[in-house]
Write a new protein. Structure first.
Lengths: 165, 352
Protein backbone atom coordinates (compact mmCIF):
# COMPACT_ATOMS: atom_id res chain seq x y z
CA UNK A 1 0.00 0.00 0.00
CA UNK A 2 1.31 3.46 -0.89
CA UNK A 3 1.51 6.48 1.35
CA UNK A 4 2.55 10.03 0.84
CA UNK A 5 3.67 12.90 2.99
CA UNK A 6 3.76 16.57 2.06
CA UNK A 7 6.66 18.48 3.54
CA UNK A 8 8.10 21.93 3.06
CA UNK A 9 11.84 21.32 3.21
CA UNK A 10 14.12 24.35 3.28
CA UNK A 11 11.36 26.41 1.72
CA UNK A 12 10.37 23.98 -1.04
CA UNK A 13 7.05 22.15 -0.69
CA UNK A 14 6.87 18.65 -2.08
CA UNK A 15 4.71 15.61 -1.85
CA UNK A 16 6.80 12.51 -1.37
CA UNK A 17 5.58 8.99 -2.04
CA UNK A 18 6.45 6.48 0.69
CA UNK A 19 6.32 2.75 0.10
CA UNK A 20 6.51 2.01 3.81
CA UNK A 21 5.27 3.90 6.90
CA UNK A 22 8.39 2.92 8.87
CA UNK A 23 10.60 5.53 7.19
CA UNK A 24 11.87 8.09 9.69
CA UNK A 25 12.25 11.73 8.76
CA UNK A 26 16.00 11.24 9.12
CA UNK A 27 16.13 8.37 6.64
CA UNK A 28 13.83 10.23 4.27
CA UNK A 29 16.17 13.24 4.26
CA UNK A 30 19.36 11.24 3.92
CA UNK A 31 18.49 8.22 1.83
CA UNK A 32 15.68 9.49 -0.40
CA UNK A 33 16.25 13.24 -0.75
CA UNK A 34 20.07 13.22 -0.66
CA UNK A 35 20.11 15.78 2.14
CA UNK A 36 22.99 14.10 3.93
CA UNK A 37 23.98 17.11 6.03
CA UNK A 38 21.70 15.80 8.74
CA UNK A 39 23.69 13.00 10.41
CA UNK A 40 22.72 9.62 11.80
CA UNK A 41 24.66 9.01 15.01
CA UNK A 42 22.84 6.77 17.47
CA UNK A 43 19.50 6.64 15.58
CA UNK A 44 17.80 6.39 19.01
CA UNK A 45 17.34 9.99 20.15
CA UNK A 46 20.36 10.07 22.40
CA UNK A 47 23.06 11.97 20.51
CA UNK A 48 21.36 14.88 18.72
CA UNK A 49 23.32 14.50 15.44
CA UNK A 50 20.01 14.27 13.55
CA UNK A 51 18.57 17.52 14.92
CA UNK A 52 16.40 19.45 12.48
CA UNK A 53 13.89 22.25 13.00
CA UNK A 54 10.25 21.38 12.42
CA UNK A 55 7.70 24.19 12.48
CA UNK A 56 10.27 26.32 14.29
CA UNK A 57 11.20 23.71 16.92
CA UNK A 58 14.35 21.59 17.11
CA UNK A 59 13.63 17.86 17.31
CA UNK A 60 15.41 14.53 16.78
CA UNK A 61 14.55 13.46 13.21
CA UNK A 62 15.51 9.84 13.97
CA UNK A 63 12.49 9.43 16.26
CA UNK A 64 9.98 11.11 13.93
CA UNK A 65 8.10 9.05 11.35
CA UNK A 66 8.10 10.91 8.02
CA UNK A 67 4.48 9.99 7.40
CA UNK A 68 3.39 11.48 10.70
CA UNK A 69 5.12 14.78 9.89
CA UNK A 70 2.73 15.36 6.99
CA UNK A 71 2.26 19.12 6.54
CA UNK A 72 5.36 20.13 8.47
CA UNK A 73 7.88 22.82 7.64
CA UNK A 74 11.36 21.30 7.92
CA UNK A 75 14.61 23.25 8.13
CA UNK A 76 17.86 21.32 7.75
CA UNK A 77 21.49 22.40 7.77
CA UNK A 78 21.32 22.70 3.96
CA UNK A 79 18.73 25.47 4.33
CA UNK A 80 20.27 27.83 6.85
CA UNK A 81 22.55 29.93 4.63
CA UNK A 82 21.16 33.24 3.45
CA UNK A 83 22.01 34.56 0.02
CA UNK A 84 25.13 32.41 -0.14
CA UNK A 85 26.34 33.67 3.25
CA UNK A 86 26.81 31.41 6.22
CA UNK A 87 24.28 31.66 9.03
CA UNK A 88 25.62 33.66 12.02
CA UNK A 89 25.63 30.43 14.06
CA UNK A 90 27.80 28.73 11.42
CA UNK A 91 30.18 31.70 11.41
CA UNK A 92 30.41 31.62 15.20
CA UNK A 93 31.18 27.86 15.23
CA UNK A 94 34.07 28.51 12.84
CA UNK A 95 35.32 31.53 14.81
CA UNK A 96 35.32 29.60 18.10
CA UNK A 97 36.48 26.18 16.86
CA UNK A 98 33.17 24.65 18.00
CA UNK A 99 34.13 21.32 16.44
CA UNK A 100 36.92 18.89 15.80
CA UNK A 101 35.88 15.99 13.55
CA UNK A 102 32.70 17.80 12.51
CA UNK A 103 30.27 14.86 12.57
CA UNK A 104 28.04 16.32 15.27
CA UNK A 105 28.32 19.88 13.91
CA UNK A 106 25.18 20.06 11.71
CA UNK A 107 23.13 18.81 14.67
CA UNK A 108 24.88 21.22 17.03
CA UNK A 109 24.20 24.14 14.69
CA UNK A 110 20.53 23.25 14.17
CA UNK A 111 20.16 22.80 17.92
CA UNK A 112 21.85 26.16 18.58
CA UNK A 113 19.55 27.90 16.08
CA UNK A 114 16.59 26.28 17.87
CA UNK A 115 17.93 27.26 21.30
CA UNK A 116 18.35 30.90 20.26
CA UNK A 117 14.82 30.96 18.81
CA UNK A 118 13.45 29.53 22.05
CA UNK A 119 14.94 32.51 23.84
CA UNK A 120 15.27 30.78 27.21
CA UNK A 121 19.03 30.81 27.71
CA UNK A 122 19.91 34.51 27.68
CA UNK A 123 23.66 35.05 27.94
CA UNK A 124 24.15 32.55 30.76
CA UNK A 125 26.72 29.88 29.74
CA UNK A 126 25.15 27.44 32.23
CA UNK A 127 21.73 27.78 30.58
CA UNK A 128 23.35 27.34 27.16
CA UNK A 129 25.15 24.16 28.26
CA UNK A 130 21.90 22.84 29.73
CA UNK A 131 19.97 23.79 26.59
CA UNK A 132 22.55 22.06 24.37
CA UNK A 133 22.80 18.88 26.46
CA UNK A 134 20.87 16.89 23.85
CA UNK A 135 23.82 17.20 21.46
CA UNK A 136 26.82 15.04 22.22
CA UNK A 137 30.29 15.86 20.86
CA UNK A 138 32.62 12.90 21.01
CA UNK A 139 35.61 15.17 20.40
CA UNK A 140 34.66 17.25 23.43
CA UNK A 141 34.49 20.65 21.71
CA UNK A 142 31.94 21.81 24.25
CA UNK A 143 33.79 24.90 25.36
CA UNK A 144 34.01 26.25 21.82
CA UNK A 145 30.38 25.30 21.18
CA UNK A 146 29.20 27.25 24.24
CA UNK A 147 31.27 30.28 23.20
CA UNK A 148 29.93 30.03 19.64
CA UNK A 149 26.31 29.96 20.81
CA UNK A 150 26.90 32.94 23.10
CA UNK A 151 28.46 34.96 20.29
CA UNK A 152 25.87 33.94 17.69
CA UNK A 153 23.11 34.96 20.04
CA UNK A 154 24.70 38.38 20.48
CA UNK A 155 25.14 38.75 16.71
CA UNK A 156 21.52 37.77 16.06
CA UNK A 157 20.25 40.09 18.80
CA UNK A 158 22.19 42.99 17.29
CA UNK A 159 20.97 42.08 13.81
CA UNK A 160 17.35 41.86 14.92
CA UNK A 161 17.64 45.23 16.62
CA UNK A 162 18.62 46.61 13.24
CA UNK A 163 15.72 44.62 11.76
CA UNK A 164 17.86 42.97 9.16
CA UNK A 165 17.63 39.42 10.56
CA UNK B 1 11.31 -2.61 12.97
CA UNK B 2 8.32 -4.86 12.42
CA UNK B 3 5.91 -3.72 9.75
CA UNK B 4 2.66 -2.11 10.86
CA UNK B 5 -0.53 -0.69 9.49
CA UNK B 6 -0.64 3.11 9.73
CA UNK B 7 -3.95 4.88 10.35
CA UNK B 8 -4.59 8.56 11.01
CA UNK B 9 -7.99 9.23 12.58
CA UNK B 10 -9.48 12.72 12.51
CA UNK B 11 -11.54 12.53 15.70
CA UNK B 12 -11.06 11.05 19.17
CA UNK B 13 -13.99 8.72 18.52
CA UNK B 14 -12.38 7.42 15.34
CA UNK B 15 -9.07 6.99 17.17
CA UNK B 16 -10.63 4.93 19.95
CA UNK B 17 -12.42 2.76 17.39
CA UNK B 18 -9.20 2.27 15.40
CA UNK B 19 -7.24 1.31 18.52
CA UNK B 20 -9.78 -1.25 19.69
CA UNK B 21 -8.20 -4.13 17.78
CA UNK B 22 -5.53 -6.24 19.51
CA UNK B 23 -1.97 -5.17 18.68
CA UNK B 24 -2.88 -1.53 18.08
CA UNK B 25 -0.90 1.28 19.70
CA UNK B 26 -1.35 5.03 19.77
CA UNK B 27 1.38 7.17 18.23
CA UNK B 28 1.85 10.75 19.42
CA UNK B 29 5.39 12.17 19.15
CA UNK B 30 6.87 8.67 19.25
CA UNK B 31 9.96 9.70 21.22
CA UNK B 32 9.76 6.52 23.29
CA UNK B 33 7.61 4.28 21.09
CA UNK B 34 9.70 4.59 17.89
CA UNK B 35 12.81 3.81 19.94
CA UNK B 36 11.11 0.72 21.40
CA UNK B 37 9.95 -0.35 17.93
CA UNK B 38 13.46 0.03 16.49
CA UNK B 39 14.71 -2.30 19.21
CA UNK B 40 11.94 -4.83 18.66
CA UNK B 41 10.71 -4.32 22.23
CA UNK B 42 7.34 -3.04 21.00
CA UNK B 43 5.82 -4.55 17.90
CA UNK B 44 2.43 -2.97 17.30
CA UNK B 45 0.57 -4.34 14.27
CA UNK B 46 -1.28 -1.05 13.85
CA UNK B 47 -0.20 2.49 14.70
CA UNK B 48 -3.04 4.90 15.37
CA UNK B 49 -1.47 8.32 14.78
CA UNK B 50 -3.24 10.76 17.09
CA UNK B 51 -0.71 13.56 16.60
CA UNK B 52 -2.96 15.38 14.11
CA UNK B 53 -6.12 15.30 16.26
CA UNK B 54 -7.49 18.79 16.89
CA UNK B 55 -8.02 20.50 20.26
CA UNK B 56 -5.79 18.23 22.36
CA UNK B 57 -2.90 20.70 22.42
CA UNK B 58 -4.52 23.29 24.65
CA UNK B 59 -3.90 24.41 28.24
CA UNK B 60 -7.30 25.53 29.57
CA UNK B 61 -8.43 27.27 32.74
CA UNK B 62 -11.68 25.69 33.88
CA UNK B 63 -14.39 27.53 35.80
CA UNK B 64 -13.66 25.66 39.05
CA UNK B 65 -10.08 26.98 39.06
CA UNK B 66 -8.53 23.76 37.82
CA UNK B 67 -6.24 23.61 34.78
CA UNK B 68 -6.78 21.11 32.00
CA UNK B 69 -3.73 20.11 29.96
CA UNK B 70 -4.51 18.43 26.64
CA UNK B 71 -2.79 15.11 25.99
CA UNK B 72 -0.91 16.51 22.99
CA UNK B 73 0.57 19.55 24.75
CA UNK B 74 4.33 19.34 24.24
CA UNK B 75 6.50 19.12 27.36
CA UNK B 76 8.40 22.30 26.43
CA UNK B 77 5.22 24.29 25.75
CA UNK B 78 3.77 23.37 29.14
CA UNK B 79 6.97 24.09 31.06
CA UNK B 80 7.45 27.43 29.30
CA UNK B 81 3.84 28.57 29.64
CA UNK B 82 4.42 31.46 32.07
CA UNK B 83 1.02 31.34 33.69
CA UNK B 84 1.19 27.57 34.15
CA UNK B 85 4.75 27.65 35.50
CA UNK B 86 3.85 30.42 37.95
CA UNK B 87 1.00 28.37 39.41
CA UNK B 88 2.67 24.95 39.25
CA UNK B 89 6.41 25.62 39.43
CA UNK B 90 7.37 22.11 40.56
CA UNK B 91 5.68 20.68 37.47
CA UNK B 92 7.60 23.08 35.22
CA UNK B 93 10.87 22.30 37.01
CA UNK B 94 10.30 18.55 36.67
CA UNK B 95 9.57 18.88 32.95
CA UNK B 96 12.68 20.97 32.35
CA UNK B 97 14.84 18.53 34.31
CA UNK B 98 13.88 15.70 31.96
CA UNK B 99 15.31 14.53 28.64
CA UNK B 100 16.84 17.04 26.19
CA UNK B 101 15.47 20.20 24.62
CA UNK B 102 14.81 18.31 21.37
CA UNK B 103 12.83 15.61 23.15
CA UNK B 104 10.89 18.11 25.27
CA UNK B 105 9.94 19.95 22.06
CA UNK B 106 8.36 16.79 20.69
CA UNK B 107 7.22 14.67 23.64
CA UNK B 108 3.62 15.02 24.77
CA UNK B 109 1.79 15.02 28.09
CA UNK B 110 -0.05 11.79 27.34
CA UNK B 111 3.10 10.14 26.05
CA UNK B 112 4.96 11.03 29.22
CA UNK B 113 2.44 9.06 31.28
CA UNK B 114 2.67 6.15 28.82
CA UNK B 115 6.47 5.92 28.58
CA UNK B 116 8.06 2.63 29.49
CA UNK B 117 10.74 1.80 32.04
CA UNK B 118 14.38 2.29 31.07
CA UNK B 119 15.40 -0.99 32.76
CA UNK B 120 18.20 -2.23 30.50
CA UNK B 121 16.89 -5.80 30.66
CA UNK B 122 13.51 -4.66 29.35
CA UNK B 123 15.28 -3.13 26.32
CA UNK B 124 17.64 -6.06 25.74
CA UNK B 125 15.77 -8.70 23.73
CA UNK B 126 18.33 -11.33 24.76
CA UNK B 127 17.45 -10.88 28.45
CA UNK B 128 14.56 -12.39 30.38
CA UNK B 129 11.90 -9.84 31.26
CA UNK B 130 8.48 -10.46 32.77
CA UNK B 131 7.33 -7.03 31.67
CA UNK B 132 8.11 -7.75 28.03
CA UNK B 133 7.15 -11.39 28.13
CA UNK B 134 4.98 -12.48 31.04
CA UNK B 135 6.45 -15.52 32.81
CA UNK B 136 9.80 -15.17 31.06
CA UNK B 137 11.74 -14.36 34.23
CA UNK B 138 13.66 -11.28 35.32
CA UNK B 139 17.36 -10.86 34.58
CA UNK B 140 17.43 -7.61 36.54
CA UNK B 141 17.18 -9.69 39.74
CA UNK B 142 20.79 -10.68 40.31
CA UNK B 143 21.88 -8.45 37.43
CA UNK B 144 23.08 -4.87 37.28
CA UNK B 145 20.35 -3.41 39.45
CA UNK B 146 21.79 -0.54 41.44
CA UNK B 147 19.26 1.87 39.91
CA UNK B 148 16.20 -0.35 40.36
CA UNK B 149 13.18 -0.08 42.65
CA UNK B 150 13.21 0.19 46.42
CA UNK B 151 9.47 0.52 46.96
CA UNK B 152 6.53 -1.55 45.75
CA UNK B 153 8.61 -4.02 43.74
CA UNK B 154 7.88 -7.73 43.41
CA UNK B 155 9.83 -10.90 42.73
CA UNK B 156 8.72 -10.68 39.10
CA UNK B 157 9.78 -7.07 38.40
CA UNK B 158 12.01 -4.42 40.00
CA UNK B 159 11.82 -1.80 37.23
CA UNK B 160 11.12 1.88 37.93
CA UNK B 161 8.89 4.36 36.13
CA UNK B 162 11.17 6.92 34.48
CA UNK B 163 8.93 10.01 34.42
CA UNK B 164 9.86 13.29 36.10
CA UNK B 165 6.61 15.05 35.11
CA UNK B 166 4.43 12.41 36.83
CA UNK B 167 6.14 12.95 40.20
CA UNK B 168 4.79 16.46 40.98
CA UNK B 169 1.53 15.47 39.25
CA UNK B 170 1.10 12.67 41.79
CA UNK B 171 1.98 15.01 44.64
CA UNK B 172 -0.54 17.62 43.47
CA UNK B 173 -3.52 15.27 43.04
CA UNK B 174 -3.62 15.47 39.24
CA UNK B 175 -6.43 13.61 37.48
CA UNK B 176 -6.16 11.71 34.18
CA UNK B 177 -9.04 11.99 31.69
CA UNK B 178 -9.46 8.84 29.63
CA UNK B 179 -11.61 8.17 26.55
CA UNK B 180 -12.70 4.67 25.65
CA UNK B 181 -15.43 2.87 23.76
CA UNK B 182 -17.74 3.34 26.76
CA UNK B 183 -17.08 7.09 26.86
CA UNK B 184 -15.10 9.35 29.17
CA UNK B 185 -13.82 8.39 32.61
CA UNK B 186 -11.22 9.81 34.94
CA UNK B 187 -8.80 8.49 37.52
CA UNK B 188 -6.36 10.12 39.95
CA UNK B 189 -2.86 10.10 38.45
CA UNK B 190 -1.66 8.42 41.65
CA UNK B 191 -3.82 5.41 40.71
CA UNK B 192 -3.02 5.42 36.97
CA UNK B 193 0.22 3.40 37.12
CA UNK B 194 0.25 -0.05 38.70
CA UNK B 195 2.70 -1.82 40.96
CA UNK B 196 4.13 -4.92 39.30
CA UNK B 197 2.82 -7.68 41.58
CA UNK B 198 2.87 -10.80 39.38
CA UNK B 199 1.65 -8.98 36.26
CA UNK B 200 4.39 -6.40 35.48
CA UNK B 201 3.28 -6.35 31.84
CA UNK B 202 0.17 -4.46 32.97
CA UNK B 203 1.69 -1.08 33.73
CA UNK B 204 -1.39 1.09 34.08
CA UNK B 205 -5.15 0.93 34.42
CA UNK B 206 -5.95 1.64 30.76
CA UNK B 207 -8.20 -0.94 29.17
CA UNK B 208 -7.54 -2.05 25.62
CA UNK B 209 -8.08 0.86 23.21
CA UNK B 210 -8.45 3.53 25.86
CA UNK B 211 -6.70 6.83 25.25
CA UNK B 212 -5.51 9.62 27.54
CA UNK B 213 -7.14 12.89 26.44
CA UNK B 214 -6.05 15.26 29.22
CA UNK B 215 -4.46 15.69 32.63
CA UNK B 216 -6.11 18.05 35.11
CA UNK B 217 -4.57 19.87 38.05
CA UNK B 218 -7.08 20.90 40.71
CA UNK B 219 -7.32 24.52 41.92
CA UNK B 220 -5.85 23.55 45.32
CA UNK B 221 -2.59 22.52 43.63
CA UNK B 222 -1.78 26.19 42.93
CA UNK B 223 -1.84 26.97 46.67
CA UNK B 224 1.63 25.41 46.95
CA UNK B 225 3.14 27.71 44.31
CA UNK B 226 5.28 29.74 46.72
CA UNK B 227 6.95 26.63 48.19
CA UNK B 228 7.20 23.94 45.52
CA UNK B 229 10.34 22.27 44.19
CA UNK B 230 11.47 19.26 42.20
CA UNK B 231 14.85 17.83 43.11
CA UNK B 232 16.44 15.16 40.93
CA UNK B 233 19.71 13.35 41.63
CA UNK B 234 21.21 12.01 38.41
CA UNK B 235 24.44 10.34 37.40
CA UNK B 236 25.18 13.34 35.19
CA UNK B 237 23.83 16.84 35.62
CA UNK B 238 21.69 17.02 32.50
CA UNK B 239 19.92 14.66 30.09
CA UNK B 240 19.75 11.67 32.44
CA UNK B 241 17.01 9.78 34.24
CA UNK B 242 16.60 10.15 37.98
CA UNK B 243 18.45 7.91 40.39
CA UNK B 244 16.05 9.34 42.95
CA UNK B 245 13.89 12.45 42.67
CA UNK B 246 11.30 14.20 44.82
CA UNK B 247 8.55 16.75 44.35
CA UNK B 248 8.06 18.59 47.63
CA UNK B 249 5.45 21.28 48.22
CA UNK B 250 4.44 23.21 51.31
CA UNK B 251 1.64 25.56 52.21
CA UNK B 252 3.02 27.71 55.03
CA UNK B 253 0.70 29.94 57.07
CA UNK B 254 2.01 32.02 59.99
CA UNK B 255 5.24 29.97 60.01
CA UNK B 256 3.33 26.71 60.38
CA UNK B 257 3.02 24.05 57.68
CA UNK B 258 -0.70 24.07 56.87
CA UNK B 259 -0.39 21.49 54.12
CA UNK B 260 2.39 19.38 52.61
CA UNK B 261 2.81 17.20 49.54
CA UNK B 262 5.52 14.70 48.66
CA UNK B 263 6.09 12.25 45.85
CA UNK B 264 9.24 10.36 44.86
CA UNK B 265 10.54 9.40 41.43
CA UNK B 266 12.98 6.67 40.41
CA UNK B 267 12.01 4.46 43.35
CA UNK B 268 9.08 2.36 42.10
CA UNK B 269 7.08 1.33 39.03
CA UNK B 270 4.94 4.40 39.63
CA UNK B 271 5.42 7.93 40.94
CA UNK B 272 5.42 7.29 44.69
CA UNK B 273 3.12 9.52 46.71
CA UNK B 274 4.21 9.57 50.37
CA UNK B 275 1.14 10.53 52.39
CA UNK B 276 2.58 9.36 55.74
CA UNK B 277 5.40 11.87 55.31
CA UNK B 278 2.90 14.63 54.56
CA UNK B 279 1.02 13.87 57.80
CA UNK B 280 4.24 14.21 59.81
CA UNK B 281 4.69 17.76 58.55
CA UNK B 282 1.23 19.25 58.88
CA UNK B 283 0.68 21.59 61.84
CA UNK B 284 4.32 22.19 62.77
CA UNK B 285 6.91 24.86 61.90
CA UNK B 286 9.29 23.92 59.07
CA UNK B 287 12.71 22.69 60.20
CA UNK B 288 15.31 20.18 59.10
CA UNK B 289 14.71 17.74 61.98
CA UNK B 290 11.08 17.61 61.01
CA UNK B 291 11.94 17.01 57.34
CA UNK B 292 14.15 14.12 58.43
CA UNK B 293 11.22 12.55 60.31
CA UNK B 294 9.08 12.98 57.20
CA UNK B 295 11.80 11.30 55.14
CA UNK B 296 11.93 8.36 57.56
CA UNK B 297 8.17 7.99 57.20
CA UNK B 298 8.33 8.17 53.40
CA UNK B 299 10.90 5.37 53.19
CA UNK B 300 9.60 3.23 56.07
CA UNK B 301 8.57 0.41 53.74
CA UNK B 302 11.61 0.62 51.46
CA UNK B 303 13.66 -2.51 50.75
CA UNK B 304 16.59 -2.99 48.39
CA UNK B 305 15.78 -5.11 45.32
CA UNK B 306 19.46 -5.72 44.58
CA UNK B 307 22.64 -3.66 44.88
CA UNK B 308 20.61 -0.57 45.57
CA UNK B 309 20.35 -0.22 49.36
CA UNK B 310 22.12 3.13 48.95
CA UNK B 311 19.03 4.49 47.21
CA UNK B 312 17.03 4.26 50.44
CA UNK B 313 19.28 6.65 52.35
CA UNK B 314 19.75 8.73 49.19
CA UNK B 315 15.98 9.05 48.90
CA UNK B 316 15.71 10.20 52.53
CA UNK B 317 18.31 12.87 51.92
CA UNK B 318 16.64 13.96 48.68
CA UNK B 319 13.36 14.35 50.60
CA UNK B 320 15.00 16.46 53.34
CA UNK B 321 16.75 18.65 50.77
CA UNK B 322 13.66 19.02 48.58
CA UNK B 323 11.59 20.19 51.56
CA UNK B 324 14.36 22.55 52.67
CA UNK B 325 14.43 24.05 49.16
CA UNK B 326 10.64 24.27 49.11
CA UNK B 327 10.58 25.95 52.54
CA UNK B 328 13.13 28.52 51.33
CA UNK B 329 10.72 29.48 48.57
CA UNK B 330 10.18 28.88 44.87
CA UNK B 331 12.86 30.72 42.86
CA UNK B 332 11.94 32.96 39.95
CA UNK B 333 13.24 32.28 37.38
CA UNK B 334 13.91 28.56 37.75
CA UNK B 335 17.59 27.67 38.19
CA UNK B 336 19.78 27.28 35.11
CA UNK B 337 20.01 23.59 36.00
CA UNK B 338 16.40 22.67 36.82
CA UNK B 339 16.00 20.13 39.60
CA UNK B 340 19.74 19.80 40.05
CA UNK B 341 21.36 19.59 43.49
CA UNK B 342 24.23 21.49 41.87
CA UNK B 343 22.05 24.42 40.87
CA UNK B 344 23.40 27.66 42.21
CA UNK B 345 20.70 29.82 43.69
CA UNK B 346 20.05 33.04 41.84
CA UNK B 347 17.08 35.31 41.35
CA UNK B 348 14.51 36.26 43.94
CA UNK B 349 12.15 34.19 46.06
CA UNK B 350 8.52 34.58 45.07
CA UNK B 351 7.58 34.30 48.73
CA UNK B 352 9.16 35.72 51.93
Amino acid sequence: MGFSTTLTINGVTRTIALDDPRVTLLDLLRERLDLTGTKKGCDRGQCGACTVIIDGRRINSCLALAISQDGADVLTIEGVTRGGRLHPVQEAFIAHDGMQCGFCTPGQIMSAIGLIREGQAGNDPERIREGMSGNLCRCGAYQGITQAVLEAQKALDAASRKEVA
Amino acid sequence: MKSFEYVRPTTIREAVAAAAQPGAAYLAAGTNLIDLMKGGVSEPSRLVDISHLPDLDRIEDLSDGSVRIGALVRNADLANDRDFARRFPAVAEALLSGASAQLRNAATVGGNLMQRTRCAYFYDMASACNKRSQGGGCDARGGDNRLHAILGWSESCIATHPSDFCVPLAALDAVVEIEGKAGRREIPLDMFHRLPSDTPDRENVLESGEMIVAVRLPAEAARFAAHARYLKVRERTSYAFAVVSAAAALCIEANVIANARLALGGVASKPWRAREAERVLIGTPADTQLFRRAAEAALAEAEPSGDNAFKIELARRVVVRAFALAAAGTPEPLPALPGSPFAAFSGVLTHV
